[in-house]
Design a protein around this ligand. Structure first.
Ligand code: NAG
Ligand code: NAG
Ligand code: NAG
Ligand code: NAG
Ligand code: NAG
Ligand code: NAG
Length: 584
């Protein structure tokens, strides 16, 4: 994928469309339709990476410089591979190569040299995102997008391991028959990228998707091949949707109707399977998905009528999470999701830090028993980093109470909590004028400091001792027309005294049955990131925050209640998290 639709600093103040229009009218140099570049920083190597404060302790980051999309994740011969879009020369986007790291457990990583670099006419202006497929005979192949000219014309290429016996697959070669796929007339060749993992149909032909657009319609083109070399565009795209803008990083895979078992992309024949199509929407910069049916005979995908197909659709994560990619982990029969979380500080901050971008903790994903959405949960391996543990049991919190969770490294922690409450009676009535608001808007109007009935209650992560800074992750229950609306928020607005940061209130609605009068929440806290999972992974929210005071040993963790109904912390378990070991 590409980065930076427009200048985000400006976008914050003005509407995106307006800015793009304005910039194109003024024809300011170096800003093309969908690309903000900072040439002055692109090859400004970080002299010294600031290890302190905001660098994460257990999230995936290279030693220094910029990263964005996860690419081609795969499990091959006992090793997990993660590739990623990477600028080896600076802390802003540019000079993109495929960084490469390997791991035995998805937690402890070894960095290798870049796997794909711009060297050929068909990729010399960029080696952009793509996916891995393991062909019959246990042969891995990677498809990626190459940029061929300064006008950003995009083609699809492939690379193969130079030495299949090398356990790390360190060396990749570009065969001479590249590029494999070029845009034919009628296809927008500057919006033609990010090939998916391939799957094989009943007819024995391989299929891939390529993200694109035609005017404002987002498109997932389908290409077919018998030999993986000669690809032919199918008559129809697999799916498209008007008014969604450019589709980046499509991902398409089957999920079992029941249970948590993951499926290989080619297991389309399985009984009791549904499909998921995810696209990264370049305009909104979020990942959306639908759950639906795939009709292999006509090669069409149709979302279920329970999935909204568009900007109001389901999100893997309601926060800073983009360009994600999943893969099937055959060693544990599960599907794992990687996603990029960008920085929310300024470009100057990034240049000073010497790094920008992290990958979120890999999540296992599977179909919710309701069949309408996915559930996501941090992979079990992350629990191997849990160190010292503290716990609370049956602790009541009245309105205004704040309970400190002491004894762990609050800046680098994992916390799981179950809240319970005696009844729903005190849930505040949602004023009809607020009923139409989406979760984000509701959260920004009804933050943690606005008193409520049932809630707001939850955690105060990365909090300073005197609560001058905190990132609350909290629940509010509303009584709407005949039903309860349950809001989960992760609100960065009070996260830092520093100026110039992007501090959104991210939120989603939980669709849980409140009959049990309980709600669970888990947060993975890591210096400048808080990844939260409501109700067992129904709603996930990633926030990036940069406290000035609540750093390292000065960070605290609290539970709080600002609603009139007493809420109990039924169980709370919190762990200090260790840093992963580097593999030798
Ligand atoms: C890029 O676009 C410009 C303007 O349309 C054109 O003049 C130029 O020839 C193009 N370059 C290539 C390599 O196609
Ligand atoms: C391929 O990798 C194996 C295992 O690391 C190694 O023994 C062998 O020398 C390599 N072959 C070449 C041609 O590099
Ligand atoms: C083709 O894609 C580019 C880049 O997203 C965009 O600027 C242009 O408007 C697109 N053209 C059409 C016809 O959709
Ligand atoms: C949605 O689709 C199901 C069948 O899959 C059907 O039973 C139901 O009536 C549909 N609902 C709406 C609102 O169209
Ligand atoms: C709880 O509400 C009070 C009064 O509005 C406010 O001062 C305090 O900051 C709130 N707590 C949190 C965690 O927002
Ligand atoms: C991450 O950064 C924020 C703040 O600059 C932007 O608003 C987001 O659009 C951006 N997200 C992506 C995926 O680029």
């Amino acid at each position: 994928m590409k980065c930076y639709y427009c200048d985000h600093e400006l976008v914050r103040a003005l509407s995106l469309v307006f800015v793009c229009l304005l910039l194109s009218l003024l024809s300011i140099k170096k800003v093309d339709a969908s690309h903000q570049v900072y040439p002055e920083y692109q090859t400004l190597p970080a002299v010294k990476v600031k290890q302190l404060e905001h660098r994460t302790g257990y999230h995936f980051q290279p030693q220094k410089h910029w990263i964005n999309d996860p690419n081609g994740p795969m499990y091959y011969n006992g090793i997990y591979h993660l590739f990623y879009q990477h600028n080896p020369y600076g802390a802003v986007w540019g000079n993109i190569v495929w960084g490469h790291s390997v791991s035995m457990d998805l937690i402890n990583w070894k960095a290798l040299k870049p796997a794909i670099k711009p060297t050929k006419p068909y990729d010399k202006h960029g080696c952009w995102s793509g996916s891995a497929t393991i062909l019959p005979g246990n042969k891995p192949v990677i498809l990626y997008t190459g940029v061929v000219d300064e006008n950003q014309t995009q083609v699809q290429n492939y690379v193969l391991p130079a030495n299949i016996s090398d356990p790390y697959l360190e060396e990749w070669i570009k065969p001479d028959d590249n590029p494999l796929v070029v845009a034919e007339p009628g296809v927008n060749r500057t919006a033609f990228r990010d090939p998916t993992t391939a799957w094989m149909g009943r007819d024995g032909h391989w299929r891939i998707l390529i993200g694109s657009r035609r005017k404002h319609t987002g498109i997932a083109y389908l290409y077919k091949s018998k030999d993986f070399i000669k690809w032919v565009k199918a008559k129809h795209p697999l799916h498209s949707k008007d008014r969604t803008g450019n589709w980046e990083c499509p991902d398409f895979f089957p999920v079992a109707r029941e249970g948590k078992k993951g499926l290989d992309n080619s297991m389309i024949e399985e009984q009791n399977v549904k499909f998921v199509l995810k696209v990264s929407l370049d305009t909104t910069r979020y990942d959306y998905y639908t759950v639906g049916k795939y009709f292999p005979e006509i090669d069409r995908y149709i979302p279920d009528n329970t999935s909204v197909d568009g900007w109001k659709g389901l999100r893997y994560d309601c926060g800073n999470f983009y360009a994600s990619k999943s893969f099937f982990d055959a060693s544990k029969n599960r599907r794992i999701l990687w996603g990029w979380s960008n920085e929310s500080d300024t470009k100057m901050d990034d240049v000073e830090k010497g790094w920008a971008g992290i990958q979120t903790i890999p999540r296992r994903i599977w179909l919710h028993p309701n069949g309408k959405q996915l559930l996501a949960w941090p992979i079990e391996e992350v629990e191997s980093l849990r160190g010292h543990k503290v716990q609370l049991r049956n602790e009541n919190m009245k309105k205004g109470d704040v309970v400190e969770i002491k004894g762990i490294t609050a800046a680098q922690a994992d916390v799981e909590v179950v809240f319970s409450f005696p009844s729903l009676d005190k849930a505040e009535r949602l004023h009809p004028s607020l009923d139409h608001l989406d979760a984000h808007e509701l959260c920004s109007r009804k933050g943690s400091s606005v008193h409520g009935g049932l809630g707001p209650f939850g955690l105060l992560t990365l909090a300073s001792g005197k609560l001058d800074e905190y990132t609350p992750v909290f629940v509010r229950v509303f009584k709407a027309k005949n039903k309860h609306k349950i809001l989960l928020c992760s609100d960065a607005s009070s996260s830092s005294l520093k100026k110039g940061l992007y501090k959104p209130s991210f939120a989603g609605f939980l669709d849980v049955d409140l009959a049990k009068k309980k709600l669970s929440l888990r947060s993975l806290i890591d210096h400048s990131v808080v990844e939260s999972f409501g109700a067992g992974g129904e709603v996930c929210i990633t926030s990036r925050v940069y406290p000035a005071l609540a750093v390292s040993d000065n960070a605290h963790l609290y539970a709080f209640n600002n609603g009139s109904e007493t809420v109990a912390i039924e169980t709370l378990d919190a762990w200090s998290m260790k840093g992963p070991k580097l593999m030798n």
